[in-house]
Structure formats: structure tokens, C-alpha cells
Write a protein that binds this ligand. Structure first.
Ligand code: G6P
Length: 370
């Protein structure tokens, strides 16, 4: 088992540290930043359906649902297609309105999640086109799909998903960019910029792992006894706040809630006192000053602020009690970096609490029953 873990104490830590490679593998042979080209045969196969889609409906569960939520923001922004993100378990029991102009993207690490599988079966019967975004080759969801692309993250053993999530994001960026290019809803300058930034992600993730690991271990020690956490983010970083909170719940058993930062004033702010750590996903973006004022609102109520910040952001660093620093990159791509320190934070808090982070109680790697 020690050999399988490649020298790491746990699969979760190994898989977090594999991400520079797995993200690279997810982009390999697909992203050609130099010649500004994206190759995705699965997208080519249903290209007309995607370009003329009435809606894209993303169906998933758990961490994969969070990848889908970010994809909603990205596809709407770049491709100007209506996107809905659905919990598979809800979608399958509703009576959703589906036509042959809808494209369903099923996001699943295992490709075996029962709710996701049945949801796409139903949608397919109603004429929708199914695109599978799956990690496990030959899995049920992959076979049920009309077209698809594999994430190529390799086997994920830790029950709490890490490297599969960032591989999903990498692939969803490629899909959105390719469709935007084909639909001509993106200008060449932005297209080139995003391709270039995407190509830098593996190295930037490596930098985060090398430069932030020790600091994050310290932060984890400091907050390991907290009873509750709040995770806040806006825009492209909102899904990352949800994923950060989920990761913490899964491996540390600490209650954590993810929320849109501006929505906190409608409820969660009532929880804030000196005992509540609040994690802000606050990298530089076009509404950065908004999240800065959200941080000030928490500080004014004596909450403890831990912030994911862009390199060189002295404003947030000056306000926060603790920071985790990530390289500056285009705001659309930033979430794939922001999540990495949050994975480490959850891992180290779980370890501090003496828990079995690879096999948290009550959870299963793949949920093949209802
Ligand atoms: C389980 C796992 C999660 C995963 C979810 C969806 O709950 O513990 O890590 O995100 O299922 O699984 P899928 O294989 O469909 O991505």
C-alpha cells in the first residue's frame, strides 16, 4: 500500500500532488496554445447540435456538480448558450421539458453514479443529445453517451474527489472555448489569451503545491478545532467556495457552508463571531472590490478570515488573518487554481483531527444505488 501511495501518507495527498500531471494529461493532444487550436473529436461529432443548441443542461452529483456549476458560468459567458445545471437526483424525478435541441452534458468521475445514469437515459428518450464527460474509460455513462471526452485523470482512490475535479474543469474549459470558437462568440484576442493561460495551469498548480504547502499546514493547525466554517466566493469563484466547503465536510467532519459572498447578508452573517473562520475565495477579478467589502463586513464582526488571494494582492492580504497565495491568471481560468489550496486545507485539517481522510465515514467513492 505504501508503494501505491507513491511515498505519500494518503491517496488524497498523492492525488492532490498529481494534479500538475493530471491537468496536463487532460489537456494533452487537445490544447495547442501555440497554434491556437483545440482538438476534441467528441465535440466535433455533435458540433452542429452544440452550436444550435437551445440549451445545454449539465447533470451531475457531488463534486462533479460543482464542476458543472462553473461550466455554466463559463459556457454562458463564452458561448452565449443558455445553461442549466441540475442535480441528477432531482432532474430524474422531475418532469423536465426536454427537446431534441437540448444537449445534456453528464459530468461524472466514475461514470457509474446511478442518478446521473438514469437522468441521461430519460433525457435521451426525449430526444436530447448526450455528451459524457467521464473519467473511467468504458463506464456506463460513457457508453450511454452519443459523444464525449475522457478526463484522463487516472484512477482516483481517495473518496473525496480532487484530481478528477481539476481534470473536469480543464476539459470543460476546452469544450467551452472550442464551442465559442466554432460559434464565433469569442474574439481572437480573448481566445488566444485563454488558451495561453490554460496551458500555464499545470506549472502554476505545481508552484502552488511547492510554495503554499507549509503555510497551509500551519493554517490547518490553527483552525482544526473549529466547529463551523463558512466559504464565500463570487462569480467564477462561487463554485469553488461550494467545493471548498464540501471537501472540508467530507474529510474533517466539520460543518461547512458555501455561499455566494454577497448573499451572506441574507442569513449566514448572523453566524459570524470570533469563533467562525470564513474562507474567502478572493482572487483578482473584475468585481474584486465587491469581495473586499464583503471581507471588511466579516472583519467588522470579528470573524476570522482565511483568504485565497492572487499574488501581489496586498489589500486582501492586509485584511485577512491568513492567506493562501495563487498566481495571477485570467479570471475565467482562476478557479482551477483557487481550489488547490482548499483541497490541501481540508486534507491537513482532517489529518489534524486524526481522521481517515481516504475513507471518510458514511461516504462511498461511487454511488451506484439511489
Ligand atoms: C460520491 C463521491 C464524490 C463524487 C460523487 C459523484 O458522492 O464520494 O466524490 O463527487 O459521488 O460521483 P461521480 O463519479 O458521478 O463524479
Amino acid at each position: 500500500a505504501a508503494i501505491e501511495k507513491g511515498g505519500y501518507d494518503h491517496f488524497m495527498l498523492k492525488e492532490i500532488f498529481e494534479q500538475p500531471q493530471t491537468i496536463f494529461d487532460s489537456l494533452r493532444g487537445r490544447l495547442d496554445a501555440e497554434h491556437q487550436h483545440i482538438t476534441l473529436s467528441g465535440v466535433d461529432k455533435i458540433k452542429e447540435k452544440l452550436i444550435h443548441a437551445n440549451r445545454v443542461i449539465i447533470v451531475a452529483c457531488g463534486t462533479s456538480w460543482h464542476a458543472g456549476l462553473l461550466a455554466e458560468y463559463v459556457i454562458e459567458e463564452l458561448c452565449r448558450i443558455n445553461v442549466e445545471v441540475e442535480y441528477a437526483s432531482e432532474f430524474r424525478y422531475r418532469n423536465p421539458i426536454i427537446t431534441d435541441k437540448d444537449v445534456i452534458i453528464a459530468v461524472s468521475q466514475s461514470g457509474e453514479t446511478a442518478d446521473t445514469l438514469v437522468a441521461i437515459e430519460n433525457a435521451k428518450k426525449q430526444g436530447a443529445t448526450i455528451f459524457g464527460l467521464v473519467n473511467v474509460v468504458g463506464s456506463s455513462i460513457a457508453r450511454m453517451s452519443d459523444a464525449g471526452a475522457y478526463t484522463h485523470a487516472g484512477p482516483e482512490i481517495g473518496v473525496a474527489s480532487t484530481k478528477a475535479f481539476t481534470a473536469q474543469l480543464a476539459l470543460l474549459y476546452l469544450i467551452a472555448l472550442k464551442v465559442a470558437y466554432e460559434k464565433q462568440t469569442i474574439d481572437q484576442t480573448l481566445f488566444n489569451k485563454l488558451l495561453g493561460d490554460l496551458a500555464k495551469v499545470p506549472q502554476y498548480v505545481q508552484d502552488i503545491l511547492e510554495e503554499q504547502d507549509a503555510a497551509i499546514q500551519e493554517i490547518a493547525r490553527k483552525y482544526a478545532d473549529a466547529n463551523d466554517f463558512l466559504y464565500l466566493g463570487r462569480g467564477f469563484n462561487f463554485p469553488i467556495a461550494l467545493e471548498g466547503a464540501l471537501k472540508l465536510k467530507e474529510v474533517s467532519y466539520i460543518h461547512a457552508e458555501g455561499y455566494p459572498a454577497a448573499e451572506m447578508k441574507h442569513g449566514p452573517i448572523a453566524l459570524v463571531d470570533e469563533n467562525l473562520p470564513v474562507v474567502f475565495v478572493a482572487t483578482k477579478d473584475s468585481y474584486h472590490e465587491k469581495i473586499v467589502s464583503n471581507i471588511q463586513e466579516i472583519k467588522a464582526r470579528k470573524g476570522q478570515v482565511i483568504a485565497v488571494v492572487s499574488q501581489g494582492d496586498n489589500v486582501v492580504a492586509g485584511l485577512a488573518d491568513d492567506v493562501m497565495v495563487v498566481p495571477q491568471i485570467h479570471e475565467i481560468i482562476a478557479p482551477i487554481l483557487s481550489v488547490v489550496p482548499l483541497q490541501l486545507l481540508s486534507y491537513y485539517i482532517g489529518i489534524n483531527r486524526g481522521l481517515d481522510v481516504d475513507k471518510p465515514r458514511n461516504l462511498a467513492k461511487s454511488v451506484t444505488v439511489e
